[in-house]
Design a protein. Sequence first.
Length: 142
Amino acid sequence: MFRGRCLLFAAAMKVSGLPQCQRCWRWGHRFNVKSCPFRGLSCPICGEPHHINNHRDYASCCKGDAKSTPPHEPTPKGQPCSHSPRCVNCGKPHRSDSSECRFWKSRFDHQWIWKRYHNAKVNPLLFRSEFITNPPSSAVVW
């Protein structure tokens, strides 16, 4: 039974964040083979071209290299990757889907992300125009 408390509801402003592609882990387009400008998958841990489920099998940090100097041992079976991850968006040592990333923290600021990709000379197809709200005029042509 409801006793003496009154709840008030107010309308909220609609603020949509940019989607993060689960294929290439970049911001500004949805996970879809047709909308992602990259041909293959990308791992959110290391950024190399493989699925996250295959990270230990295909990542250069985990599969090892006996011919390198010094030899690089593979990560033992059943052990998680102990190597530093690398974000494909900012290049810092965290996963690409991490909430530590400045891009993740700015996912509601379309202009901020657009400017960072523009300054890094990222392919304009990466950032779909449907998500741009008042893009900078200098960002139209690369």
